[in-house]
Ligand binder design. Structure first.
Ligand code: SAM
Length: 287
């Protein structure tokens, strides 16, 4: 089969056909289409519908896999905790009493799953990583277990529990012991994180955009910490229209690429870099 000689839409069918496609659906599609006589419009419609169905299936499957990484104690424990399997480790996270930093949010699982399953392309070994709004610390812990030197940050009142979780899950298990530091968005940035010494390879953030009054400060923090080569990995949970518009504001400073999308969770995972610094994306064609 000469793939290169094919039309774009035909190639898509071959690509889909060679992946684990539902045979019956595929047969039905091929049967109902007279490939030589259908016009492009109809062909595109079929492709779109097929991709939509495939996308939904993939969303369900991967979301189930991601959520399957979470487990809970068998017995009621003295301290509330939840467990996770990532990076070949069992991770136990103690919940805090604070509202937003209390639990691990699904966006954090999405980001951890991405880091684990894309560890070749996004090799974290010896990389300098900062997480903002780290909460209970799962993302920072997984990045540390994958070999990065991590700074986990959050508001001062969150740091006790964050420190406890980070220590408990990384001590003598990591190449570089992570550190925990206060970072209140927009506050004392130059004093606590001088721009001249901000040499982060990655900034990570999970579920930092929601109904709070610090969206300007959040953007300012991304801007301050990010140098020309820093890659931002940001898991965004879409909730309310007003907060969702933060994505547009973010794009005034950064180029954005959606690298995973889970419509059933309303979560998208973005890679971002300073404007003009993102390399062209390689073809997605799986031939
Ligand atoms: C929804 S939680 C997400 C926590 C964690 N990233 C996760 O996904 O499980 C939002 C986090 O942002 C932090 N946060 C909120 N406002 C902040 C601010 N002004 N400065 C720094 N951190 C803040 C909260 O303390 C909390 O840990």
């Amino acid at each position: 089969m000469d793939i290169l000689a094919m039309e774009e839409w035909e190639r898509k069918f071959v690509v889909l056909n060679t992946s684990d496609v539902d045979d019956q659906l595929m047969n039905g599609l091929w049967h109902s289409m007279d490939l030589t006589s259908q016009d492009n419009h109809l062909q595109n419609q079929w492709v779109r519908e097929f991709e939509r169905q495939e996308g939904e299936k993939e969303d369900d499957q991967i979301v189930a896999e991601i959520m399957g990484r979470r487990f809970f104690p068998d017995l009621i424990a003295y301290k509330a905790w939840e467990g996770f399997h990532f990076a070949d480790h069992e991770i136990r996270i103690t919940e805090a009493t604070d509202c937003y930093g209390a639990v691990v949010w699904p966006s954090a699982l999405v980001l951890c799953y991405f880091l684990e399953t894309n560890s070749k392309q996004y090799n974290l070994v010896d990389k300098n990583v900062i997480e903002i709004g780290a909460g209970t610390g799962l993302v920072s812990i997984v990045a540390s277990l994958l070999g990065a030197f991590v700074t986990a940050t959050d508001l001062p009142e969150l740091l006790g529990n964050l420190q406890h979780n980070v220590l408990q899950n990384t001590k003598q298990k990591c190449k570089h012991q992570p550190c925990v530091k206060e970072l209140s968005w927009g506050i004392d940035l130059e004093k606590n994180f001088p721009k001249s010494s901000c040499n982060f390879d990655y900034i990570m953030a999970a579920d930092v955009v929601y109904h709070h009054p610090f969206l300007d400060e959040l953007l300012q923090t991304f801007d301050h910490l990010c140098n020309n080569d820093t890659v931002i990995l940001w898991a965004m949970k879409f909730r309310l229209e007003n907060e969702n518009r933060f994505v547009d504001r973010f794009q005034t400073l950064f180029d954005l690429e959606m690298i995973s999308n889970f419509p059933s969770l309303n979560i998208a995972l973005y890679k971002a870099m300073r404007k003009g610094r993102m390399k062209a994306r390689p073809s997605q064609l799986r031939v």
